[in-house]
Design a protein around this ligand. Structure first.
Ligand SMILES: NC(=O)c1ccc[n+]([C@@H]2O[C@H](COP(=O)([O-])OP(=O)(O)OC[C@H]3O[C@@H](n4cnc5c(N)ncnc54)[C@H](O)[C@@H]3O)[C@@H](O)[C@H]2O)c1
Length: 345
């Protein structure tokens, strides 16, 4: 299949693209390259494609494409608070526009990277894909709106699919340390302390980035009736952990580290325990493998091997800090278009 992957130069994209290519698919990228300089370790092969902002995509760019994997977004909760309007513009409006362009160009399947944070404040009960959505951040709200709008586009020729990923962890050539396990391992390695700012009680299901890639591949290759207009929670039940339990796995993986639960950020309303039976039943090719403990060990070994520094931990691999720095340096416009694109419009 010819697969267009938006956001292919990001954290998930850096792992997903080789998996799709390894599965025999031809990949075309689409990314404005916000984090192109955020490499940890050797560069990955870029499949090439469109170096554009997704807000500027055209129908022509989807001609001859069989399926789209839509990853591009301002990804994570604090980013949404940085610029809620731009978050909705990119994450919501541009995503829906992209799906319309793809449908008009004859693309048959549109895999959307949604998130389990759409469940928001869900309490202790296991939530299935049919649960009421209670997003508590602009980021999660934007994901709910896209799901709603894309569902309306589903027809006999166009199948949107919603992959509600748990919070990712693990090594990627385009690393992020602003997601919980990646952050805790880096902090523990650099300071000796595993520092939890909440009270540690919220449920936060996790999934390894390579297991997410396997889920996308399985959804891409599954028979249409198995996935048409369906939502899938992506993860595995043994990785439904509280933040305190995640921190304990980190202490076990990082030699000499100690646990400190400060509670200084007060209660965190984002708490959800997720049921992963639908993906297991409907996409049997998806076999998640990575436990949080194994992921913590992998991260520690990767950070050691590539010499993660304190400066890069806080800047290069933290999405919000990196974008703020690009804006201050004049490399990004207010609307987060790379300055060269903004001035060319
Ligand atoms: N990482 C997670 O824990 C996680 C969990 C659930 C869902 N997701 C979703 O998966 C997707 C990928 O996440 P990620 O962790 O790889 O994020 P990321 O920030 O590492 O990558 C996002 C990519 O999208 C690109 N991008 C952003 N805005 C763009 C625009 N307007 N035009 C063109 N390109 C643009 C960036 O340049 C970047 O390469 C996102 O949609 C995210 O919401 C991620």
């Amino acid at each position: 299949m010819r697969v267009l992957v938006t956001g292919h130069l990001g954290y998930l994209g850096g792992v997903l693209v080789p998996v799709l290519m390894g599965g025999g698919h031809e990949v075309v990228g689409m990314d404005s390259g916000l984090f192109a300089d955020c490499l940890l370790g050797p560069a990955v092969a870029d499949p090439g494609g469109h170096r554009i902002d997704i807000r500027d995509a055209t129908e022509e760019q989807f001609r001859g494409v069989d399926a789209v994997v839509h990853l591009a977004a301002l990804s994570n909760d604090p980013l949404g608070h940085l610029a809620p309007d731009v978050t909705y513009e990119i994450n919501h409006h541009a995503s829906v526009r992209l799906a319309r362009l793809a449908r008009a160009a004859g693309v048959r399947r549109f895999l959307y990277a949604s998130t389990c944070s759409v469940y928001g404040a869900a309490g202790d009960e296991l939530v299935t894909e049919d649960a009421v959505l209670r997003p508590v951040t602009p980021y999660a709200e934007s994901k709910v709106r896209v799901e709603d709008d894309l569902r309306e586009l589903a027809d006999d020729h166009f199948s949107p699919v919603f992959l509600r990923n748990a919070t990712a962890f693990g090594a990627s050539p385009r690393q992020r340390v602003d997601i919980v396990l990646n952050n805790l391992v880096g902090h523990a390695m650099l300071t000796g302390s595993v520092r939890v700012l909440s009270d540690g009680t919220p449920w936060r299901p996790l999934v390894h980035v390579r297991d997410i890639a396997a889920a996308f591949l399985a959804a891409l290759e599954a028979p249409r009736p198995a996935v048409h207009a369906a939502a899938f929670n992506v993860g595995m039940s043994s990785n439904n952990l509280t933040v305190a339990q995640i921190a304990e796995r980190v202490v076990a993986a990082v030699p000499g580290s100690t646990l400190l639960i400060t509670g200084e950020n007060g209660p965190d309303p984002r708490s959800y325990r997720v049921d992963f039976s639908r993906i297991r039943d409907r996409l049997p090719a998806f076999c998640p493998r990575w436990s949080v403990g194994d992921g913590a060990e992998e991260l520690y070994a990767t950070y050691q091997a590539y010499g993660l520094t304190w400066a890069d931990f806080h800047q290069r691999f933290t999405r919000l800090a990196w974008l703020t720095g690009l804006r201050e340096a004049g490399r990004l416009a207010e609307d987060l278009r790379p300055a060269k694109f903004a001035s060319a419009r």
